[in-house]
Design a protein around this ligand. Structure first.
Ligand code: ADP
Length: 259
């Protein structure tokens, strides 16, 4: 029994040391999942013990982004065991719990329960647990604030005014739950034409940094709109895992989390 107690104390110590960082956005399609996958890859590359929870019940995309589609998590004593991605990152996704391609229409308590199972899985010695939240401010977020309050949150937005208004709503949610906002990330800023190299700004530029300044939230960095990022994501190989230049912007943001 003494051995069991030692293990339990060690598990509690692991859990106490673990930092949970939520990545949210006001709306879908702004690159929240892409950022989360690449932050995980960059932190892992830096030698940090990072884990990943994909809590997007509407469109879980981490199994594709991290090449773990089709993996079925095992359970031990009713606790889920994370699956390990080819990069060596432990992760769990709502997408691992249902048949691929099946739409999820979970609401309220069901969504909250599923979310709780993912966060309370056996994360072992994971130091930093990244949460890829569903877009907006729905049931998963409410359950999170009630039962699994993260230690900090990152908000992703594209530079358009409309996206920024939605991002502000996400910021208000974290504020109301007393979750410190680590900072804002601007995604899809600046597109370099693959033919002539000219940089244009299809969604505008600098809007997120200005919004961050206006609200006193730190600005963490800017990710360019790049064909290579989209292609690598579709191939299940986050660019931040390798040495490609597309990974650098993600790595610079990850460094601010690693401290
Ligand atoms: P969200 O999680 O906010 O819904 P995703 O991360 O799934 O958004 O991104 C939406 C789409 O945009 C995906 O096809 C993704 O590959 C692409 N994408 C995201 N960020 C970038 C970027 N910086 N450059 C190019 N494509 C991007």
């Amino acid at each position: 029994a003494e051995g069991v107690e030692t293990v339990r104390v060690a598990m509690m110590a692991d859990k106490a040391r673990r930092r949970i960082i939520a990545i949210g956005s006001g709306k879908g399609g702004v690159g929240k999942s892409t950022l989360t996958a690449n932050l995980a890859a960059a932190l892992h590359k830096m030698g940090r013990k990072v884990g990943l929870v994909d809590a997007d019940i509407y469109g879980p995309s981490q199994p594709m982004l991290m090449s773990t589609g089709g993996a079925k998590p095992q359970a031990k004593d009713e606790q889920l065991l994370p699956v390990i991605s080819p990069l060596g990152i432990p992760m769990l996704s709502m997408g691992h719990l249902v048949e691929p391609g099946k739409a999820l229409a979970w609401r309220g308590p069901m969504a909250g329960n599923a979310f709780g199972q993912l966060v309370d899985a056996d994360w072992g010695d994971t130091e930093i647990l990244l949460l890829d939240l569903p877009p907006g401010t729905g049931d998963v977020q409410l359950s999170m604030l009630q039962k699994h309050k993260p230690d900090g949150a990152i908000i992703v937005s594209t530079p358009q005014d409309l996206a920024l208004i939605d991002a502000q709503r996400a910021a208000n949610l974290f504020d109301s739950g007393k979750v410190p906002i680590i900072g804002l990330v601007e995604n899809m800023a600046g597109y370099a034409c693959p033919h002539c190299g000219e940089v244009s700004d299809p969604f505008g530029r600098g809007g997120v940094e200005a919004a961050a300044e206006g609200t006193g939230i730190p600005f963490l960095g800017r990710i360019p709109l790049a064909l290579a990022i989209r292609a690598a994501s579709d191939a299940g190989e986050p660019p931040a895992a390798g040495d490609a230049p597309e990974g650098e912007a993600f790595t610079a943001i990850a460094r601010q989390l690693a401290e």
